[in-house]
Every structure is written in structure tokens, then in C-alpha cells.
Design a protein around this ligand. Structure first.
Ligand SMILES: Cc1ncc(COP(=O)(O)O)c(C=O)c1O
Length: 478
């Protein structure tokens, strides 16, 4: 709050010792309850029927059963989440990457409680308290350290942040209307993002209005087919040139999902992106970096920092773990008034928790070669290797892939059962029953993926998690 506002009533509420003491008391009490959750456990018998009733109601109103029979009770402790039937599970997917600081984090409960004292729940582009702009300021100040991003538009979902990014690119390069994207990318579920995303099921029945030219992503299979890494880069550049020559000045942007999420936790080296981004720069094609799933999880806070690509990025999107979603752009890409707006930017809690999360990411011991993310990634791989050594028949060779585990940092994947779709999905569901929530990714081969709450994880958690996984895989194998 600026000094001039120190007598405002809002400032008195936010500085009130009485309110602070009451919030401290709530945080402590909730923490005491949550601290009794210490390991995975099965449902409590007396709650099973009641829980099933909730599940049936949810399925009836949604029109189909929930993917996992999972409704939280409102309690949890770090990587452990309690469900409404009293069962406790290791949450290794965190709502597909939303709860990076796990369950029941006292600082996030505190931030949400403080935010709840505000006069409104939601903020918007016309009427807003300052937290939305504090979030935008913090995002920009972090982004600016290693990029030219200077401005930030806050919004309510990843897909809408991407829509804003695409509008910014279109406006800057009007009348260019085509988009370049990678095979297997995922951008969200609006009508346009479903067209950019490379999944037939995601655009089934949707009229196509956006012209997309697809580029191959970096995979062992593609490299082998091309005859080597250098040859693959060369061929990809030739393909990009072909698109540019076929449609001169018609491409507004190339959407770079630097680490592919839904597409299979695929990772590419810097030189591949540099070769393609140099061509974008030479042809006035915006470099749009979607880090909605990978932000915060790679070796550095931004994936463009991990890959040293910050200088290339024109437009950037973030969401999921930041609670509030945002589109950032350079001065050069700043949109004209009227292009971006909307009723909501987010709720008081989104911004308060988002700000706290950004501060904790900045101040923590997560990043770098010796950071917590690198340490837990190595532990994950070690446990997959041990599981595969114990049960080699569960890990037959995967076509076009030499490693059984992969991903980067806090995006972890393993490829059991030869990457077979049915078996991998069955394995994920069996893991849920055995006490670990995780998910699948890829379009063939399929992988078991994790987006674990690394800041609240300890080394001792991994053996327990892999015990559940071993029991689950045994069921599928038999
Ligand atoms: C890379 C990427 N972009 C965009 C989105 C869409 O975000 P949201 O589901 O918040 O709309 C996702 C969601 O999974 C994503 O992984």
C-alpha cells in the first residue's frame, strides 16, 4: 500500500493486529488438523457409501463419471491429499500442475485468508484492487531478468492467456493469419486453441477456422529417421522455409511449447529452438512461448532461462502453478487499447496466493544444478531404474525411445508396458487405487507422468510412492 493510502480503511483492515492474530490462530489450528495426515491410507469404511453418493451426483450433473473417483475433503499435508471418503493419497499430479506447493500449505492458507477480508471476491479490468497489478508487476520483474518482456495482461485461464497471446501476435503482424506449431502441442480448449493443439479428439466436431502449419518436435525417432541430430535440424529448417515460401508474410507467430506437456513431456535442446527462432526473427514471425505447464518446474524459473532463449521471446504465457494466468509481451508487441480485456482478471485469493507462490519460487532452493528440483528429478529416475531392474517384463522396449524415464526437472515421466495406451491408462488408474494420483501423457508412445509438489517433498517420500506404484503395475501386468 502506498504511504498516501495509510489512512484508508482498506489499509487499516490489512494492517489490523486483531485480524492478523485471528488469521494466525486459524492457520495454526488448520495446520494442527492437517499435520495428522502422515501417509497414504484406504477409505474409511463408514464413509464409503456417502462418498459414492457424492460421486454419483457429480457424475449425474457432469453427464459422465469423473476420470478418477476423486473429491477432496478439504484437508491435506504437503504431497498428501485427503479425499472425502477419508482415504489419503500421494498427489503426484496436483490437479495437472496447479498445486506445486502441495496441500494445506500454511503460507497459502494465510494469503487466502488475508485476501478474504477484502471487499470483493473477484477483480476485473474495470474494477480492481492492487493485488492483480502486484501479481503482474512481480511476473514482469521476474521475467525481465532474462528476457525483453515488459508488460503483462492478467486473465482467468491458460487457454484465455493463450488467446490473448495469439491476438497480440495477429495484431502486430496483421494481416498475417497463419500459425506455426509443433506436432503434439497442447494449447488449451477454446475453439482456436483446440485447433492449434495437435490432438484430433480435442477438435472433433469443431469447424476449422485457423490455418496451422505443423513442425516436427525433437524425438529420438525423428532424429533417427533424419540420420542424426544435425540432419534433423537441417530438415526442420528446410520444412519451415517451405512453409514461409509457400505462404509469404502470412505467418503471425510460431507457438513454442518449449517443454511439451500433454504431448509427452518431450524436451528439445537449445540448438533446435535457436535454429527455428532465428528463422522466425528473419521473417517477422513472433516467437510465442507457452510455459503454462512448464513454468517453475525446469532447472530455472522460466523454461526460456533453462534453455537460454529469453532474448528470442516476444510473447509469453503462464498459468497453472501461479494460480492467476497471464500473457506477457515486449514493448514491441504491446497491443492497442481495446484488444485485450474481460470482466474478470481473477479472485483476491488467486492474486494473494499467486504473489506468495512467486515469492517462494524466487526465494527458495529449487533451481540450479544443486537445487531441489534437480535432486528430486534424479531420485525419480533412480526409483524408475530400480523398479525396471526388479521387473524387467513391465518395461519392454518402447518403439523409438531408448530411455525408460524422462522429462525435465519437475516434469517426470516413465514409460512402462511398452508405452501401450490401454495399459498405461490402466496403470495410472491402478496407481490411484493403490494410493498415488498421477496421470498419463503422450500420443503414442504413452507415458505415466508426474508433476509433483517438489517444494514440499522429501527424499523419504519416494520409496513409499514407488511401493504403491509397484503394487499397481503388478495388477496391470497380471
Ligand atoms: C502448455 C499448456 N498450454 C495451455 C494450457 C491450457 O490451460 P488451461 O487449462 O488453464 O486453460 C495447458 C493446460 O494443460 C497447457 O498444458
Amino acid at each position: 500500500m502506498p504511504e498516501t493510502m495509510s489512512h484508508a480503511v482498506g489499509n487499516q483492515i490489512s494492517k489490523s493486529e486483531e485480524i492478523r492474530a485471528a488469521i494466525d490462530a486459524i492457520v495454526a489450528q488448520v495446520g494442527q488438523y492437517n499435520s495428522t495426515i502422515t501417509d497414504a491410507r484406504p477409505p474409511q469404511e463408514g464413509l464409503v457409501a456417502e462418498y459414492q453418493e457424492l460421486m454419483d451426483r457429480a457424475a449425474a450433473v457432469k453427464g459422465r463419471p469423473l476420470l478418477y473417483p476423486m473429491l477432496g475433503s478439504g484437508a491435506g499435508n504437503g504431497p498428501l491429499v485427503e479425499l472425502g471418503d477419508g482415504s489419503v493419497k500421494w498427489d503426484m499430479i496436483c490437479g495437472i500442475g496447479v498445486h506445486f506447493f502441495g496441500h494445506g500449505h500454511p503460507e497459502l492458507i494465510r494469503a487466502s485468508l488475508q485476501a478474504s477480508t477484502q471487499d470483493v471476491v473477484k477483480h476485473g479490468n474495470l474494477q480492481s484492487n492492487f493485488e492483480a497489478y502486484r501479481f503482474a508487476e512481480l511476473m514482469v520483474s521476474l521475467a525481465k531478468r532474462n528476457s525483453k518482456l515488459t508488460q503483462c495482461f492478467v486473465t482467468t485461464s491458460g487457454a484465455v492467456a493463450n488467446e490473448s497471446a495469439l491476438k497480440v501476435c495477429y495484431q502486430k503482424h496483421a494481416p498475417a493469419s497463419r500459425v506455426i506449431a509443433f506436432k503434439d502441442c497442447f494449447m488449451g480448449r477454446t475453439i482456436t486453441m483446440a485447433q492449434l493443439g495437435d490432438s484430433a479428439g480435442g477438435r472433433d466436431g469443431i469447424p476449422l477456422s485457423t490455418q496451422v502449419d505443423y513442425m516436427p518436435f525433437w524425438t529420438e525417432d525423428n532424429i533417427a529417421k533424419a540420420g542424426g541430430e544435425a540432419q534433423f535440424i537441417e530438415r526442420s529448417c528446410e520444412l519451415l522455409q517451405e512453409y514461409i515460401t509457400r505462404y509469404p508474410k502470412q505467418h503471425a507467430c510460431f507457438i513454442f511449447e518449449l517443454i511439451q506437456g500433454e504431448g509427452g513431456f518431450n524436451v528439445a535442446p537449445r540448438e533446435y529452438f535457436v535454429a527455428l527462432m532465428d528463422m522466425c526473427k528473419a521473417n517477422s514471425i513472433a516467437v510465442w512461448d507457452d510455459e503454462i505447464q512448464c513454468f517453475g518446474r525446469t532447472g530455472e524459473m522460466f523454461a526460456y532461462e533453462t534453455l537460454d532463449l529469453g532474448d528470442y521471446v516476444d510473447v509469453f504465457c503462464v498459468g497453472k502453478m501461479t494460480q492467476a494466468c497471464a500473457t506477457l509481451y515486449t514493448d514491441e508487441y504491446a497491443p492497442k487499447p481495446g484488444l485485450l480485456s474481460g470482466t474478470f482478471t481473477g479472485s483476491s485469493q488467486d492474486f494473494a496466493a499467486g504473489n506468495k507462490i512467486l515469492e517462494m519460487l524466487r526465494g527458495g532452493d529449487l533451481y540450479g544444478n544443486t537445487g531441489k528440483i534437480a535432486k528430486h528429478h534424479a531420485l525419480f529416475r533412480k526409483h524408475v531404474a530400480a523398479l525396471a531392474a526388479k521387473h524387467p517384463d513391465w518395461f519392454p522396449a518402447v518403439k523409438g525411445q531408448s530411455e525408460l524415464s524422462g522429462g525435465i526437472g519437475g516434469m517426470m515421466k516413465m514409460s512402462p508396458f511398452g508405452g501401450d495406451q490401454k495399459k498405461v491408462i490402466a496403470a495410472c488408474k491402478a496407481c490411484f487405487d493403490e494410493g498415488v494420483v498421477l496421470f498419463w501423457c503422450g500420443h503414442g508412445p504413452y507415458h505415466v507422468r508426474m508433476l509433483p509438489p517438489i517444494p514440499v517433498m522429501e527424499e523419504s517420500h519416494w520409496p513409499k510412492i514407488f511401493e504403491c506404484i509397484e503394487r499397481a503395475f503388478a495388477k496391470v501386468a497380471s
